[in-house]
Design a protein around this ligand. Structure first.
Ligand code: 2AM
Length: 203
């Protein structure tokens, strides 16, 4: 998977790109949790000792994220439906605890895993349910929430518990993997008892 910078961008830009030159070019999209700067710094600090031991290719701190729902390659015409689906999700803020590491040999990645979290599963399920109306083929594999922090690692690392990191989840984002990196296309706040509300002005 390509690495690169995560940058923000308003929904209007997304809509504009859906009618311009790039209207036919498919885009690799996914919903994710995007750590704020303070959590990103804590993650980087906690991961640093493991990075030096593990080998492989460390994921730069600014690219760390947790995928909620992977959408795959989508035609730009499908994006408005995806944005609308995300806006219909109703979920409250919650706390996620990252407390263990894992390794997937075939993918060659080492990751930080989340303690079982009903609120995270509910957010994942709610997004998938709303996306049904967009007729996007989603994977049926069980959801394994994780933050990949090493890639191209083909020798099993030593795994174990890490000092638990608490993530106060207050929003989710739609991200694009651009080939040279990631960028945030839009964000939705989690608000107790209210619909997920758009943070960026759709223009
Ligand atoms: P990874 O970090 O473990 O590779 C962008 O590619 C994001 O979507 C990454 O977080 C990646 O997980 C995840 N991803 C990539 N391909 C996927 C797939 N087929 N199913 C689920 N998640 C995927």
């Amino acid at each position: 998977m390509p690495d690169g910078e995560i940058t923000g961008g308003p929904a209007k830009e997304v809509a504009d790109e859906a009618v311009g030159e790039g209207a036919r070019k498919k885009r690799r999209l996914f919903f994710a949790l995007d750590p704020d700067e303070s959590l990103r710094a804590r993650l980087a600090g906690a991961l640093l000792p493991m990075l030096t031991r593990a080998g492989g290719r460390p994921v730069p701190a600014e690219r760390l994220h947790l995928t909620l729902v992977f959408l795959g390659e989508l035609a730009p015409a499908a994006i408005p439906c995806v944005l609308a689906a995300a806006g219909r999700v109703r979920a409250a803020p919650f706390e996620l605890i990252l407390d263990h590491t894992g390794y997937w040999r075939r993918a060659g990645v080492m990751w930080l895993g989340a303690r079982p979290c009903a609120a995270l599963d509910a957010l994942h399920d709610a997004l998938r349910a709303e996306l049904v109306s967009c007729a996007i083929p989603l994977e049926d594999r069980p959801y394994r929430p994780h933050v990949t922090f090493v890639r191209r690692l083909y020798r099993a690392p030593s795994l174990g518990a890490v000092e638990p990191l608490a993530w106060q989840v207050r929003e989710y984002v739609l991200m694009e993997s651009t080939g040279s990196g990631y960028r945030v296309l839009d964000r939705w706040e989690l608000v107790r008892g209210t619909p997920g509300s758009r943070v960026l002005d759709p223009g």
